[in-house]
Design a protein around this ligand. Sequence first.
Ligand code: SF4
Ligand code: SF4
Length: 134
Amino acid sequence: MAKKIKFTDKTTKFLEKIMDLSGEQVTLCEQCGTCSGGCPFVEEMDINPSQIMRLVMLGQEEVMESQTMWLCASCYTCTIRCPRKLDLSKVSEALRQVKLREAVDNIDIAEIDAAEAVKLPTIALVGNFRKFTG
Ligand code: SF4
Ligand code: SF4
């Protein structure tokens, strides 16, 4: 059965965030499928590149569960062939950034004893908070 999609503030915000981070006008995608047809890694992807663009366009955050953003090798084959000159590697990078920011704090500051915290080098604290953000 076809999934009914509702446009809400949440879907709009997600689309805007990805466009902002990637610098790509995702809404220009015309869903021609050329990117998926030429991607050297498409067979390994659970959602192909044009479907990723569609989900982002619709503001569907389920796209964050896909492994595709981690498999994109930024080879630019899709960008060269895209009739809209969209750079999917930048969209993948934006999705990775959002994912990595979800785990922004590796340790909970509330769990650190205040007396101990003052003895720790700042870099050690910051390094732990941001450990997953690369
Ligand atoms: S090639 Fe470009 S326009 Fe076509 S589906 Fe891919 S991103 Fe969209
Ligand atoms: S840049 Fe990424 S999505 Fe585009 S063809 Fe290369 S691997 Fe596939």
